[in-house]
Write a protein that binds this ligand. Structure first.
Ligand code: 5GP
Length: 123
């Protein structure tokens, strides 16, 4: 499958569409979700063109994979939601493909926190 250059996160990466950025590094950008589903809800995305975690895990280089993974704890600590930072913890979610209900075809991790989040899946 090919990458859709017109997806909304590609436009956020290029600066064509604004976002509330809370962290960025060489290979990763983190910004507020436009429709937050918890008191803290941010999206962690690679700058590179990857459709989902399957594509990223298969095709990203080690620097990209390391940078994105490191960004998770940096952001969770910065937001104060990690238990290390005195918060209550957080949930990290990524959707991949149609059965997962992925809406935006650019890899993103949802980091949600700030309240008890309940069970992982709702029937
Ligand atoms: P998905 O269902 O693909 O896992 O999640 C896509 C997420 O992107 C949703 O939580 C949605 O609120 C968020 N989103 C969609 N469009 C925009 C946008 O233009 N800006 C921001 N910041 N988030 C967006």
């Amino acid at each position: 499958m090919s990458y859709d250059d017109q997806n909304i996160f590609a436009k956020i990466i290029s600066g064509e569409i604004p976002c509330d950025k809370i962290y960025e590094s060489e290979f990763t950008i983190v910004f507020e979700d436009i429709r937050p589903q918890a008191p803290s809800h941010v999206l962690i995305i690679p700058r590179g063109k990857y459709r989902d975690i399957n594509d990223f895990s298969k095709n990203a280089n080690n620097d990209e994979i390391l940078d994105l993974n490191k960004s998770i704890s940096i952001v969770a600590d910065k937001l104060g939601v990690s238990e290390d930072a005195g918060g209550g913890g957080y949930r990290l979610i990524t959707n991949a493909g149609k059965d997962s209900h992925q809406e935006v075809p650019h890899l993103h991790f949802h980091l949600v926190a700030g309240k008890p989040l309940g069970p992982l899946l709702v029937e």
